[in-house]
Design a protein around this ligand. Sequence first.
Ligand code: C5P
Length: 223
Amino acid sequence: MPAAGSGARMGKEIPKPYLKIAGRPILEHTLLKFKEIDSIQELIISTSEAYIDQTRQIAKSVFGDRTVVVIEGGAERQESVAKALQFVSDGSEFIAIHDAVRPFVREDLISACINQAKVPDVDGAILAVQVKDTIKEISGKNIIQATPDREKLWQAQTPQIFKREILIRAYREAANRKLLGTDDSSLVEMIGGKISVVESTVDNFKITYPLDFQLAKLILSGK
Ligand code: C5P
């Protein structure tokens, strides 16, 4: 679970996963969604150095006797995930990656994503929703180059769940080729991986901007 980085886009001093809603840090709300998923045997969180102790406490309080490892993340999300992958134990068959700032993921969709990732002829599965807006591809000068067919466009979310070996290989390859992807799936796609999409819901949004935070507060306070 990547939980590092600053709160820059939120305009806050405290990084997003540690902003509190209804008395708990966002990270804790997110972890609670994974608490009942028994197939998750170990949890690795990458975070900012100053938050390592607090994160360990939060994670232990939710995950009890399951293995919890908290490490320092990197400058980019991809680096934070890459560092966490070094701590995945050899016995793990699958690796699930979930943003610490998506606390509204539904448990049944996490399970659906796990089941889809287990299908023999795919390398992994991700949650995603169809885009609602028309998306424009623009050039550096803000001139529209193309309007991709909206029917084919899906917005990637997390969790993104992969067979262990291909994910590790994808991250290694990305590091060798100095490629930066905006999600984990894109790195697996780059080495030819076959990834399924499991239809999700828009409530699994990533808390990014102040508006997202306001919405998250409204949802969690039951308004
Ligand atoms: O910045 P962004 O909204 O894409 O962050 C998605 C997730 O990745 C968040 O949970 C954030 O804490 C994490 N992240 C990270 N390391 C970074 C940047 C973001 O672990 N350097």
